[in-house]
Design a protein around this ligand. Structure first.
Ligand code: SAM
Length: 294
């Protein structure tokens, strides 16, 4: 079968890298696992042997069918999975054919009692951010994600203040990301044009009394979250401009007011968005809210 470039089909061929992913996933016989893009099943096979139940979501129907035939996995169409649980006493691995971004993830997780699951996957790189967002913003986030991503994207996700981007903020708002190990492009067939890195993303717990945003997200928190990201987006809108300019232009607040807000937050108006950490954005959001309710 000819690999489809449009679906990001680069298959892992390196046994050492495979062993390192399995070690990093630190699975136990009680673990529930979700794999996105099982492809030919190299990783799936290892995951099956090291966990309790697995849901694999594969967009390429031919690949999914072949995988189900080769390993005797149950196969489901993504429209048919929302009425009954997909597991019974006979099966522990289910392949769902369909687009991971179109699946009703919370229903799938709830219906199959997949709470406390891990995501372990060599994901298709063309949808890296939407996949991460899907799992972090859902009502039932995983306890951990072990993901192979493009090396440069891994570095952006795990960036520290000084190098931050909207992507870094949108992952670090929900989770703690870590770089695990580098993977050379030659570990795949066909060889892609980029190198890779395996990362771990650990969603933050729901602390009772903390400034962090507890998960799952309720209506009120959702408003807070929207406000937070509106401010972050305004802050990053023009790369070379200062926070003072970007926030004032993007949020339609006078420069005098923005200056006051930033001063109260202990941030210099001449700083730039990439210099701020999550807590700085949280303080700015709080100060803007306080300012608006005065
Ligand atoms: N896991 C396999 C491996 O390690 O060799 C394959 C990884 S390959 C980088 C990405 C896989 O994701 C491919 O099998 C591709 O068909 C699948 N895929 C692409 N887009 C997808 C989508 N939107 N939803 C689910 N799977 C997708």
């Amino acid at each position: 079968m000819q690999p489809k470039k449009s679906l990001g089909q680069n298959f892992l061929r390196d046994e050492t890298v495979l062993a390192k992913i399995i070690k990093a996933a630190n699975l136990s016989a009680d673990d529930f696992v979700v794999e996105i893009g099982p492809g030919e099943g190299v990783l799936t096979k290892e995951l099956v042997g090291n966990s309790k139940k697995i849901i694999c979501i594969e967009k390429d129907e031919n690949l999914a069918k072949k995988l189900a035939d080769n390993f005797q996995f149950s196969i489901f169409n993504f429209q048919s999975i929302l009425n009954d649980p997909i597991f019974n006493s006979q099966n522990k691995t289910a392949i769902i054919t369909g687009d991971v971004l179109k699946i009703n993830l919370p229903e799938l997780i709830k219906l199959n009692n997949f709470k406390n699951y891990k995501v372990v996957a060599n994901i298709p790189y063309y949808i890296t951010s939407p996949i991460i967002r899907l799992f972090l913003e859902t009502k039932y986030p995983p306890k951990e994600m072990i993901l192979m991503v493009q090396k440069e994207v891994a570095e952006r996700i795990t960036a520290k203040p000084g190098q931050m981007s909207i992507l870094a903020v949108s992952v670090q708002y929900y989770a703690r990301p870590e770089l695990l190990f580098y993977v050379d492009r030659k570990a795949f067939w066909p060889v892609p044009e980029v190198d890779s890195t395996v990362i771990r993303i650990t969603p933050l717990p729901s602390p009772v009394a903390s400034t962090r945003h507890p998960l799952p997200i309720t209506g009120e928190e959702d408003n807070e979250r929207k406000k937070f990201f509106k401010i972050v987006k305004a802050g990053f809108s023009a790369k070379r401009k200062t926070l003072l300019n970007n926030l004032s232009n993007g949020l339609h607040i006078s420069k005098t007011e923005v200056k006051e807000i930033l001063e109260k937050a202990g941030i210099k108006p001449t700083q730039r968005a990439q210099e701020l950490g999550i807590e700085d954005w949280e303080i700015i959001t709080r100060e803007i809210s306080a300012n608006q309710s005065e």
